[in-house]
Design a protein around this ligand. Sequence first.
Ligand SMILES: Cc1cc2nc3c(=O)[nH]c(=O)nc-3n(C[C@H](O)[C@H](O)[C@H](O)COP(=O)(O)OP(=O)(O)OC[C@H]3O[C@@H](n4cnc5c(N)ncnc54)[C@H](O)[C@@H]3O)c2cc1C
Length: 382
Amino acid sequence: MIEYQEIRNSVSKLCERFPNEYWRELEKSNGYPDDFIRVLNDEGFLSVLIPEEYGGVGLGIEAAGIILEEISRSGGHPGAFHAQMYTMGTVLRHGSEDQKARYLPKIASGELRLQAFGVTEPVAGTDTTSIRTFAENRGDHYIINGSKVWISRAEHSDLILLLARTTPAGEVKRKTEGLSVFLIDMREIVGNGLTIHPIETMMNHHTTELFFDNLKIPADCLVGEEGKGFRYILDGMNAERILISYECIGDCKFFIERAKTYASEREVFGRPIGKNQGVQFPIARSYAEMRAAELMVNEAARKFDAGEHCGEEANIAKLLASEASWKAGDTCLQTHGGYGFAKEFDIERKLRETRLYQVAPVSTNLILSYISEHVLGLPRSF
Ligand SMILES: Cc1cc2nc3c(=O)[nH]c(=O)nc-3n(C[C@H](O)[C@H](O)[C@H](O)COP(=O)(O)OP(=O)(O)OC[C@H]3O[C@@H](n4cnc5c(N)ncnc54)[C@H](O)[C@@H]3O)c2cc1C
C-alpha cells in the first residue's frame, strides 16, 4: 500500500513538470508527447509490468493502473502511450524465449517502442473473428495482405502486435481458430509493404489506417502457435480494460476536483455557486459514482494480480468507470458555465478524451452483451 502511495506521489510530481498547457499545446500542433514519454520511461514507469529479469520493474496491474490514473488526474492524456503496458503482456505470456530476450529489455529501457496493437478492420469492427487480413505461411516467411483501421500510435511505434488470419475462415471449425499474432518490427517496412495513413479524430490520439501489400515478414515474428492468436489477444484484453478503467477514474478525479474548486470560488448573485444544491448535487453524485466504479476497478486489479479469472470485474469496471468519467466531465462543464467551453480550462479537451472509452477498446453494448451471456447465462444474441 505504501509502495502504491509512493508511486502516486512520484507520478504526480513528474506530471507537475508537464502541466495542462503542455497537453493543450500538443493538441494544437497535433504533436506526440515524446518528452513526457522519455521521462516516464527514464523513471521506469512505463516498464512497470515487465519482469525484472527483462529489465522492467516487475510490479502488477494495480501499480500500472495507478500510474495511468495519476496522469489522467493531473490533466494528461495516457491514451497517447498506454498500449505499451498491455500489448507487452501478450509477448510476455505467449512469446518465445528468443522474442522475450530480444525485445523486452529494449522495450523496458525505451530503446524500442511497442505502442501499436493491430486488431480492428474496416469490415470486421467489433466482430474480430471476421477479420480478413491474411498472413500466408511460406515456410521461413509470411506474406501479409489486408488492411486495419483505428490502429493508434503506429507512426510513433517501432513494433506492432498484429492479429491476422492464417487459415481462411471457411476452413476452420470455429471462427476463433486460424487467427495468429505477430510481433513485427515496423522500422524497415513502412513504405515497403506497409502504408500508414493518419486519421484525424476529435482528440489528439494519433490513430491510423494500415495497408499491407505483399508485406514479407520473417517466420519468427509469429507469437506462440499459429492459429491460436485469438486466445492470446483475449488474454490481454482484461489487462487493457482494467488499465483504461484506471484512466477513467483519473479523469473523474480531475473533473470533480475542478468542479469543486470552481463551484467554491465562482460568485453569482453575491455568493459562491456551490452554495446552491442544484450545483452541489451533480458534483456529489459524480463523486459517489466515481467511488463505486473505483471499488470495481480495484477488485478487478486485485483478481488480475492474484491470477484469478477477472473477466466479469474487468468488463464491469470499464463499463462503470467510462460512464462515470463522461458524466463527471459533463457535470464539470455545466458547473463552469461558459468557461467550460474555453480551451484554456482543459475541461472540453478532457471530456473529448474520456468519451472514447465508451467505444474503445470495446463498446458499452458489447460489455453488456458479455455480462448478459457469460455472467447471467442469458441466451446468446449473436
Ligand atoms: C480513437 C480510436 C482508437 C482506437 N485504437 C485502436 C487500436 O489501437 N487498435 C485496434 O485494434 N483498434 C482500435 N480502435 C478500434 C476500437 O476498438 C473499435 O472502434 C471498437 O471496438 C468498436 O468497433 P467499431 O468501431 O468497428 O464499431 P462497430 O463494430 O461497427 O459497432 C458500431 C456500434 O454498434 C454497436 N454494436 C455492434 N454490434 C452490436 C451488437 N451485436 N449488439 C449491440 N450493439 C452492437 C457497437 O456497440 C457500436 O456502438 C480504436 C478506435 C478509436 C475510435
